[in-house]
Design a binder for this molecule. Structure first.
Ligand code: SAM
Length: 260
C-alpha cells in the first residue's frame, strides 16, 4: 500500500474512465448471470465499480489490474480478493482452461479492447460467458452481420468462436473522466466445442489477408490461391469470388481457410 496517501489521477494511457452510475454497473454484472458457483475473472477492476457487485454474488472472483495503486486499494477494500497485478494483454488466457468453467467481465480499456476480445474468445475454451463494455463502434463491429460496413476481421474471427449480442449503449456522462465517445455492452456466448474452428491459425491468416484489402474482390486478393478446389468451393457455396471479403459469413471464412 505504498501509494495510499497520494491522490489518484486517472491515467489516460491505461484507458481509465471509471463508471459512476450504480444502475449501469448492476446491469452489466447481471448480464453475466452470475451465481455463487461461478468462477469469474474481471479485467481492469479500477476503483471497483463492477467488482462491488461481483463480490456480492458470492462467486469465486479473480481480478486482473495493471495499475499498482488501484491494485493496492482493491486489496485494502476487499482483503482476500485475488488481485492479479498483470497486463491483461500478456495474460496466459489458455492457462484458465485447466481450471474448469469460467466467466469473464470487464469495462475494458478502450485501446486494448479488440485485441483482448480476439485473444479471449479464441483461447479460453472453458469460457461460459463473457460481458464486455467497449467503444460503441467496436460493439457494432462485434455484432455486425455480413455485408455491412461494420463487418470486418474482428467480426469474422470472434463469431467463429462465440455468438455476440449487443446489449445496451452507455453514454459518456456516466464515466469520470468522461470519454469522448459512446460505449456499449456486448455479451459473448461461446459456440459449442464442435462448432469451433479446426485450425485457428489458418483462419486468422485468411481473415487478416482478406480484410487488409477489404475493398478488393476476393478473387483478386487470393490470386494464385484460386485453385480449382477453391473455385469449386465458391461454386458450391453459391458465392461469387467477385464479391468483397465482407460478404463471406463467419462459417464461410472457416471453411475457406481449410482449403485456400
Ligand atoms: N472497471 C472499472 C470501472 O468500470 O469503473 C475501471 C474500468 S477502466 C475503463 C479500465 C481499467 O483497466 C483501469 O482500471 C485500468 O487501470 C485497467 N487496465 C488498463 N490497461 C490494462 C491492462 N493492459 N491490463 C490490465 N488492466 C488494465
Amino acid at each position: 500500500m505504498a501509494h495510499q496517501d497520494q491522490p489518484h489521477r486517472a491515467k489516460k494511457s491505461l484507458g481509465q474512465n471509471f463508471l459512476t452510475d450504480q444502475n449501469i454497473c448492476r446491469k452489466i454484472v447481471d448480464a453475466l448471470a452470475p451465481s455463487p458457483d461461478d468462477t469469474i475473472i474481471e479485467i481492469g477492476p479500477g476503483r471497483g465499480a463492477l467488482t462491488e457487485y461481483l463480490v456480492e454474488t458470492g462467486a469465486k472472483l479473480r481480478v486482473v489490474e495493471m495499475d499498482d495503486y488501484l491494485a493496492d486499494r482493491l486489496e485494502a477494500r476487499w482483503p482476500g480478493l485475488d488481485v492479479i497485478r498483470a497486463d491483461a494483454l500478456k495474460f496466459p488466457w489458455m492457462d484458465l482452461n485447466g481450471a474448469g468453467p469460467c466467466k469473464i467481465i470487464g469495462n475494458l480499456p478502450y485501446n486494448v479492447g479488440s485485441k483482448l476480445i480476439w485473444d479471449i474468445v479464441s483461447q479460453v475454451t472453458t469460457l461460459e460467458r463473457a460481458v464486455f463494455m467497449v467503444q460503441h463502434e467496436v460493439a457494432l463491429r462485434l455484432t455486425a452481420e455480413p455485408g455491412v460496413k461494420a463487418y470486418g476481421g474482428l467480426t469474422a474471427w470472434v463469431r467463429n468462436f462465440s455468438d455476440t449480442r449487443y446489449l445496451f449503449k452507455v453514454p459518456p456522462t456516466v464515466f469520470r473522466p468522461q470519454p469522448k465517445v459512446d460505449s456499449a455492452v456486448v455479451r459473448f456466448d461461446p459456440l459449442p466445442e464442435n462448432a469451433r474452428p479446426e485450425d485457428p491459425d489458418r483462419l486468422a491468416g485468411l481473415v487478416k489477408l482478406l480484410f487488409q484489402q477489404r475493398r478488393k474482390q476476393i478473387s483478386t486478393i487470393l490470386k494464385k490461391r484460386m485453385t480449382p478446389a477453391v473455385e469449386l468451393w465458391f461454386q458450391e457455396e453459391g458465392v461469387s469470388p467477385a464479391l468483397r471479403p465482407e460478404n463471406l459469413t463467419p462459417a464461410q471464412f472457416r471453411a475457406l481457410s481449410l482449403i485456400y
